[in-house]
Design a binder for this molecule. Structure first.
Ligand SMILES: [Zn+2]
Length: 310
């Protein structure tokens, strides 16, 4: 697949994931992708919040009608004028109290209806997301990378499977990545070693190393043998260099740095020396000894390292 230069749209943010769900009122299919039109029947999707509100309103209306009917029966069946008045007044009081209570508990009732809908329609929601996934697959086949990626990005908020993650990685590897793109790395880490993911992560490393979080560094360290086999030593040296961004990372991944210490470029190694000697109170463990030994062995003639030679 030839690489494409493309621009993805900004991802829509929502407070809760369920807010991204929508349903076609005509064919009752759920979807999570950005499109507002149902590709099955051409109708407009309705957002889950509006859907729940309309269900809730219908429910309130039905209950109010039932109360009114009871009042009417009470009035019609009243044997005397007095009991007719009593039925009428109690009925109206009952209706007013019902409306007041409904207004007070509106929010909790709304969430009860929402939970009920999500529980009852769980299978339909799954089928809808699977349909979205099939559409994304179709887009990939037709090399419509923007459309495929934007669908997979939304699906990825609901399904954390390796299959979805690696499809996204596949699309990203087929495009030219740029710093201004809204790239993600940590959410795409698969559960086992994957060459395509490493390839993508290394591209990200070139353009935005701040995306290399603890989880990603740990992934590289865990799969270092496979990475050396497929990509050689350089990627791991670069990632070890990335670890030196923060003192906390150095402490957490000291074993990683120790393993690749002698391959670190001079400027990265100098940074490490400066950090270690700026914080003498920190427990650096064997890393400090290894650094000391390397300074004495390789850098003892270098004036920048003079202060670190004991
Ligand atoms: Zn439809």
């Amino acid at each position: 697949m030839t690489k494409q230069a493309i621009q993805f749209s900004k991802k829509k943010r929502s407070k809760y994931r369920f807010q991204k769900l929508k349903m076609c009122k005509k064919c009752h299919r759920y979807s999570v992708v950005n499109s507002e039109i149902c590709p099955e029947c051409g109708s407009t999707f309705i957002g889950i919040e509006r859907l729940v509100q309309s269900i809730y309103k219908k429910c309130l209306f039905t209950e109010a009608i039932k109360i009114l009917l009871l009042v009417c029966i009470g009035i019609v069946a009243a044997p005397t004028v007095n009991s007719l008045y009593i039925s009428f007044i109690t009925g109206i009081l009952f209706l007013v109290s019902y409306v007041l209570l409904a207004a007070i508990y509106r929010k909790s009732e709304y969430f009860n209806h929402l939970k009920k809908l999500l529980r009852v329609d769980l299978r339909k929601i799954r089928e809808g997301i699977q349909f979205d996934s099939d559409l994304a697959e179709e887009d990939i086949k037709q090399e419509k990378m923007v459309s495929a990626y934007e669908k997979l990005r939304e699906i990825g908020d609901f399904i954390y499977s390796d299959q979805v993650k690696l499809r996204r990685v596949m699309v990203l590897n087929a495009t030219f990545l740029r710093r201004d793109m809204e790239l993600e790395l940590e959410p795409l880490i698969p559960s086992s070693y994957d060459k395509e993911f490493v390839k993508y992560a290394l591209e990200v490393l070139k353009i935005n190393r701040t995306l290399f979080t603890k989880k990603c560094i740990a992934y590289f360290f865990t799969h270092r043998a496979e990475i050396i086999r497929d990509f050689g030593l350089n990627p791991l040296i670069s990632v070890a260099g990335t670890v030196l961004r923060m003192k906390l990372y150095i402490l957490e991944f000291s074993q990683f740095i120790e393993e690749f210490l002698e391959y670190l470029p001079r400027d990265r190694f100098l940074r490490l020396c400066n950090l270690i000697y700026s914080y003498p109170e920190v427990e650096w463990g064997s890393l400090k000894e290894q650094v000391q030994r390397l300074v004495e062995r390789e850098y003892h003639y270098d004036p920048d390292f003079k202060q670190f030679v004991s």
